[in-house]
Design a protein around this ligand. Structure first.
Ligand code: HEC
Ligand SMILES: [Cu+2]
Length: 331
């Protein structure tokens, strides 16, 4: 009963929450490759609108000019065959249009795909999981989940891997879509020009909870990004006041799936929880990260993400309270 009622109770909060960041918009680029893709899209749309107007105009002209009128004798009109000029025109023109579209597209693909990372670029390894995102910063020894932080005004290079099946990384305002494929490393990059939160989504069907595999990218000032990295780099908080909750965590299967740096928990199947409280969301964007939601999530993750890869651990209410108090200290 409780499990079934939980998503309903959580719905209004989740709704208000999704409004905190602007909806992803392919027509509002805020980063380098997204700008190039946007310009190319406008060009292609302009060309195709031109084709539509010419073809539609000729069609309308023919329909109106040669419509049946009163007093027509009802016979078929004279049939005209084989105008070399017209046939040449409607063969050569489309070929030229296709060549132009091909060349402009190839140029943008080359610009995006073959850009070399400058020495000062931030590197992030993105690992797609059913149904969440792992972000590793090898330069800084930082690992987080679902909420990517990057500096404004400089390039961040992303290496895209998958732990299970195919996923796709897509934050429309920052860059085009790039697939994450098992046993293969794909690459993309972003160079955002405005601070803010940009939303994205796994864009390749990867299983039942594919639609709950949201991406949040926080583009921060250089100083704010450096401060975030410093905080994330610290080992997990060790507050003696919540030792009981920590004990519950360390003696439950949580440790096989989750890492909390500085404890025995070093699982990599689920998100790194070392700085869980620095994240605004739980479960790749299904819930705002509040103590109440955290408790509901641990009690029964499937109430919010049916089919997700975290089991309900059947803890009693006391253990749940202690556990949540402990997790709340992981800032
Ligand atoms: C079988 C592996 C497994 C076990 C055991 C497990 N988890 Fe998870 N956990 C996951 C996975 C996978 C996710 C990601 C779910 C998703 O978003 O689809 C997750 C997500 C979470 C999250 C949300 C993190 C975030 O940033 O969104 C929290 C908090 C969490 N688990 C806590 C716990 C606690 C506490 C326990 C022990 C009571 C536990 N987990 C046991 C696999 C596990
Ligand atoms: Cu996915």
């Amino acid at each position: 009963m409780l499990g079934a009622a939980a998503p309903l109770a959580a719905a209004p909060a989740a709704l208000a929450f999704s409004q905190q960041a602007a909806n992803p918009n392919i027509f509002a680029p805020a980063s380098l490759p997204a700008h190039e893709i946007y310009r190319l899209a406008l060009f292609v749309i302009a060309v195709t609108i031109g084709i539509f107007v010419v073809v539609g105009g000729l069609l309308a002209f023919a329909i109106i000019k040669f419509r049946r009128r009163k007093g027509d004798n009802g016979r078929e009109p004279a049939q005209v065959y084989g105008s070399t000029q017209i046939e040449l025109a409607w063969t050569v023109l489309p070929v030229l249009i296709v060549v132009v579209l091909f060349l402009t597209t190839a140029r943008v693909i080359h610009q995006v795909e073959d850009a070399k990372a400058p020495a000062d670029a931030v590197h992030v390894t993105v690992v797609g999981h059913q149904f969440w995102w792992e972000f590793r910063y090898p330069q800084y020894g930082v690992v987080t989940a679902n909420e990517l932080h990057v500096p404004v005004g400089g390039p961040t290079y992303l290496t895209l891997l998958s732990a299970d099946t195919d996923h796709a990384f897509w934050v429309p305002q920052l860059a085009g879509k790039t697939d994450l494929i098992p046993n293969r490393a794909n690459h993309t990059w972003i160079e955002p020009e405005r601070t803010g939160v940009y939303l994205g989504q796994c864009a390749l069907f990867c299983g039942v909870q594919h639609a709950h595999m949201l991406l949040r990218v926080s583009v921060q000032s250089r100083a704010a990004f450096a401060a975030w990295i410093r905080r994330q780099h610290k080992p997990a908080a060790k507050d003696p006041a919540v030792a009981a909750g920590r004990h519950v965590f360390e003696t439950t299967a949580c440790v096989n799936c989750h890492t909390i740096r500085g404890t025995i928990a070093d699982g990599r199947f689920g998100p790194d929880l070392t700085h869980l409280m620095s994240r605004k969301t739980l479960g790749a964007g299904v819930l705002p990260n509040t103590p109440k939601n955290l408790r509901l999530w641990i009690e029964n993750p499937a109430a919010f993400k049916p089919g997700c890869e975290m089991p309900a651990m059947n803890l009693n209410p006391k253990e749940l309270d202690e556990l949540v108090s402990y997790l709340e200290t992981l800032r």
